[in-house]
Design a protein around this ligand. Structure first.
Ligand SMILES: Nc1nc2c(c(=O)[nH]1)N[C@H]1C(S)=C(S)[C@@H](COP(=O)(O)OP(=O)(O)OC[C@H]3O[C@@H](n4cnc5c(=O)[nH]c(N)nc54)[C@H](O)[C@@H]3O)O[C@H]1N2
Ligand SMILES: Nc1nc2c(c(=O)[nH]1)N[C@H]1C(S)=C(S)[C@@H](COP(=O)(O)OP(=O)(O)OC[C@H]3O[C@@H](n4cnc5c(=O)[nH]c(N)nc54)[C@H](O)[C@@H]3O)O[C@H]1N2
Ligand code: SF4
Ligand SMILES: [Mo]
Length: 889
């Protein structure tokens, strides 16, 4: 074992003893897997900085990584087990869970239970969950939110390579002469990788970047060419490319000797209709020339590819082009599926999906099953795949699954057909939810809630998009009764009678066992073999430096497939004949695209705790093309209602030509906790890819209309409160909350209404109302300090929102009622640069005054964009918009 040679001390000893040293760890958000240095403040908090020596980020962090310290507080945490609504000790909770699962399996067979887990679990947690389900319960009904995320990539890899292998390394993006980003908003979703790409391009201006996305995203700022492809047009595009590769004789005949299926794939590509991509002939030609004429090409792809009913075929259409040209597994060349979650890769490595076995072995292969079962000495081993996420929740709804245990994911918010998922859980006889937060949409439907330790409180490993395994280390002690995820799973397994197989004392022991099993898999030909670490000692595990797999006596790190050796039975790569399927026309008029915004993480249970991250986009919104807006009679800041057979959603209109007409876009982050009418997944039909089972999350058909409220409101409050009206959206601010409201009915008396809303029945009140014009302003205070305020009008209220929120706890309520900015403190506006907290109004003022007319100058003058840089595309756009006339000339 190679110890970490770097100077920062690492924590030793068990995770839960309240260590207080500086440690190296890994960011818990995206699959870039950035290294962080954590220093606890001994008061339950910590400071976070980028690890300059970590090979994923070399010290960089994005806005989410740099705000991690704001998310480790205990607000909203689940701190004790709850059993049927009552607080309970661990003994009771574990006993209830163990007995119920044992009884259900005994009465209805192993396939009557299920585990639904997450690509955010640590490898050790995931390993234990998979061992319990497959080896001991005897069911393959363990699936994960990775089904919503990476399943099409996994299936595409396995079809082409015979294994789920990501061939390249991050460095390839820097070494390439052309980087093509397909369905990836890298600037917001993998910001540090995007920064590495920007830096490489600045150093080598001849490098080219193409973005293939129906939307003009922030990532397009770096693009030489933005192909605003027709949604689902990617197969047509890559088939056109493959046909071009063949017709211009750019194939690599030497490499093609190691590939089968080329003839059929070329024929299918020739038969395709490039018009399906929906691009202008000039754009298409430009792309084909660039790709075929550049040897060092990396094609990065993400959810615009995976989350489609043709996701797997789209993946193979991309892989075909790289196989045909031999541009794979060599420096600066290759297809690159970037993973979303921090341990999407680790989950695939332990086999934590319904159709996989441990260590990339195959569930359908008897020798593989025997090897894993032999290694585990386990009583059971399913011989066929289990239910994939969509089918799993359908089985719950139909009563075929009678007990489900959900860990580290929030399916009631993130699954398609979300209300059906909620209904299924409501009807399920036994639902266990293991989370760090008490009030998530999923947790509210649980019979048993199990409190897990959170990031910075627990220890383990994660694998990033480039196959690099990094340690997460604990610096904070476990709050309340929270326990590590792996330990909770092992505790239940022990109570089910399997003490010997689940008897580990630390995550190091779990990792050692996982690494040993990978050696068994490696001997069977698996790519995933980290047997270097089999039997790793506690001390070596504590000191483990980031390492890429494979890691065994035969191979350490590096790229795959450059020499043309694949993991298929004949050792050859496979090109696949794929054809674009044309979606049946008809249905509702709009196609709803969904995805992410810059500063929030999924269902916001953690990023929602940070005022800084909450200020970039404080409300759920709908990007809507100006033409659509005009047709619907919608102006900026209006509310829009989206509906289809599943229900309705209300979002704030963000009118922009970043989206094409007919293709509005909404972010996925808002939930029943933060904006009950903003839960977009309730409108998304599952419509999974037939091969991978991955839902088609970016293609819901919806109708739109303007939502007209009787009144609109804006409120700030020091204490949390829950409105009850057609539309509301809540966001954190320093010292409290800010909330947007809209309702179809007006109350009789605004002061009474506001008292009830805030629960401030005895506080002093100041109010101004103009019933005739439908205006009201109500402020509550105690000893002259502002506790809460509500502003109401017949139109969306215009006022200095951030400024008002900043007044919470301050004096002078009369001034608050005036709704004005204080002259001595201008309203900075919503944060554009979340790292350094620089607001829109501040930036705009600097541009309009001519003080900063480039992104670099904005950095010099205000600091904006100088930390993670993910706002730099926004800054450039603001300069374009607000630059003084004479300066523009
Ligand atoms: N800030 C932030 N970063 C994150 C996350 C987060 O929640 N917040 N989540 C992480 C996770 S788990 C994931 S999976 C990744 C996802 O990272 P990305 O895949 O980059 O993010 P998305 O916004 O889901 O989708 C990417 C793009 O696909 C485009 N798209 C839609 N339909 C099509 C199509 O038919 N063809 C093409 N070519 N493009 C299409 C959308 O317009 C969108 O811009 O992000 C990770 N990083
Ligand atoms: N329409 C649409 N839907 C989508 C997508 C899309 O693009 N469009 N994207 C999909 C994708 S790619 C993904 S990855 C999913 C993500 O969807 P989810 O996985 O459901 O979202 P998260 O908010 O990340 O949920 C993580 C949960 O784990 C909890 N948690 C945090 N830390 C810990 C811990 O240490 N232990 C435990 N036990 N719990 C913890 C959090 O509080 C939270 O409740 O959403 C999918 N849904
Ligand atoms: S890019 Fe940002 S969110 Fe992703 S791992 Fe790095 S710091 Fe974390
Ligand atoms: Mo994801």
């Amino acid at each position: 074992m190679r110890p970490d040679p770097r100077p920062v001390p690492t924590q030793t000893g068990p995770a839960q003893t309240g260590p207080a040293q500086t440690v190296r760890s890994t960011c818990p958000y995206c699959g870039v897997g950035c290294g962080v240095i954590l220093t606890p403040d001994r008061a339950g908090g910590l400071s976070v900085s980028g690890d300059p020596d970590h090979p994923a980020n070399f010290g960089r962090l994005c806005s989410k990584g740099s705000a991690l310290a704001e998310t480790v507080g205990l607000d909203g945490r689940l701190l004790a087990p709850q059993v049927f609504g009552q607080a309970a000790g661990w003994d009771v909770a574990l006993e209830v869970v163990a007995k119920r699962f044992a009884r259900t399996i005994a009465a209805h067979g192993p396939d009557s239970v299920a585990l639904y887990v997450s690509g955010q679990m640590l490898t050790e947690d995931y390993y234990v969950a998979n061992k319990l389900a497959k080896g001991y319960w005897g069911t393959a009904n363990i699936d994960t939110n990775s089904r919503l995320c990476m399943a099409s990539s996994v299936a595409g890899h396995r079809r082409a390579f015979g294994s789920d292998t990501v061939p390249g390394q991050y460095e390839d993006l820097e070494l390439a002469d052309l980087v093509v980003l397909v369905g990836s908003n890298l600037a917001w979703c993998h910001p540090v990788l995007y920064q590495r790409l920007c830096a490489a391009r600045a150093a080598r201006p001849e490098m080219r970047v193409v973005v293939v996305d129906p939307r003009r995203t922030a990532t397009c700022e770096i693009a030489d060419l933005h192909l605003a492809i027709a949604p689902g047009g990617d197969i047509a595009l890559f088939n056109a490319l493959l046909a071009e590769v063949e017709s211009t004789r750019r194939t690599n005949p030497g490499f093609l000797r190691h590939v089968t299926g080329a003839g059929a794939a070329f024929a299918a590509a020739r038969a395709g209709d490039p018009a399906g991509a929906g691009l202008s002939p000039a754009d298409l030609r430009g792309f084909l020339d660039l790709w075929t004429g550049t040897q060092k090409v990396v094609t990065v792809y993400s959810q615009g590819v995976n989350q489609s009913s043709q996701g797997t075929d789209t993946v193979n259409a991309i892989l075909n082009c790289h196989l045909a040209t031999g541009r794979i597994g060599r420096p600066g060349m290759g297809p690159f599926s970037v993973t979303g979650q921090p341990n999407a890769m680790g989950g695939r490595e332990v086999g934590g999906m319904a159709n996989m076995l441990a260590c990339h072995l195959q569930i359908e292969n008897p020798a593989h099953r025997a090897a894993v079962q032999g290694f585990w000495a386990s009583p059971a081993m399913p011989d066929k795949p289990g239910l994939k996420a969509v089918d799993m929740f359908r089985a719950v709804g139909e009563g075929r699954i009678k007990a489900i245990w959900i860990i580290h994911t929030n399916p009631v918010a993130s699954m398609p057909e979300a209300d059906l998922v909620a209904a299924a859980l409501r009807a399920c006889p036994f639902v266990v939810v293991q989370d760090v937060m008490a009030g998530t949409d999923t947790a509210r439907l649980a019979h048993v809630l199990l409190p897990a330790t959170a990031w910075a409180e627990k220890a383990g490993t994660v694998t990033n998009s480039e196959r690099r395994i990094s340690r997460q280390r604990a610096v904070l002690s476990a709050p309340g009764q929270a326990r590590d995820d792996w330990r909770i799973l092992a505790d239940v397994a022990r109570r089910m009678g399997w003490g010997a197989a689940f008897g580990w004392q630390s995550p190091a022991e779990v990792f050692a066992e996982h690494a040993a099993l990978s050696g068994v898999a490696g001997a069977l030909g698996s790519d995933f073999d980290i047997s270097d670490h089999a039997g790793i000692s506690q001390a070596a595990y504590e000191a483990l430096a980031p390492v890429t797999w494979p890691a065994n006596a035969r191979r350490r790190g590096g790229r795959f497939f450059g020499e043309g050796r694949f993991h298929t039975p004949d050792g050859k790569g496979r090109m696949l004949a794929v054809a674009a399927r044309v979606d049946a026309a008809g249905g509702l008029p709009f196609r709803l695209n969904t995805g992410r915004s810059r500063d929030h993480w999924h269902t916001m249970t953690r990023t929602g705790q940070s005022p800084r991250l909450s200020s970039h986009m404080a409300e759920p919104f709908l990007e809507l093309h100006p033409q659509d807006a005009a047709d619907l009679g919608v102006v900026p800041a209006d509310l829009v209602e989206l509906s289809n057979r599943f229900g309705r959603v209300i979002l704030r209109a963000l009118v922009t030509d970043r989206v094409a007409p007919g293709q509005p876009f909404a972010p996925i982050h808002w939930t029943g906790e933060t904006a009950p009418s903003g839960r977009v997944d309730l409108l998304v039909p599952a419509n999974p890819d037939q091969i991978s089972g991955q839902p088609d999350s970016k293609a819901a058909r919806v109708s739109l209309r303007k939502f007209t409220a009787r009144w609109y409101g804006y409120a700030v409050a020091a204490a949390d409160f829950r409105p009850d009206c057609a539309y509301w959206a809540k966001a954190r601010v320093r010292g409290g909350w800010r909330v947007e409201l809209a309702a179809e009915q007006a109350p009789l008396d605004w002061v009474t209404h506001a008292r009830g809303l805030f629960g401030l029945h005895d506080a002093e009140v100041a109010s101004v109302t103009d019933t005739g014009r439908g205006l009201a302003r109500v402020a509550f205070h105690l000893d002259g300090r502002l506790l809460a305020a509500l502003f109401v009008g017949p139109e969306p209220v215009a006022l200095a929102r951030d400024q008002l929120a900043a007044r919470l706890g301050e004096t002078a309520p009369q001034e608050v009622l005036a709704g004005r900015s204080r002259a001595d403190r201008p309203d900075p506006g919503p944060a554009v640069c979340a790292c350094l907290n620089v607001g829109l109004n501040t930036i705009r003022a600097a541009i309009e005054a001519g003080r900063a007319l480039s992104v670099t100058a904005l950095g010099d003058v205000l600091g904006a964009g100088t930390s993670c840089g993910s706002c730099r595309p926004d800054l450039a756009a603001l300069i374009g918009r607000h630059r003084p006339k004479q300066a523009a000339e």
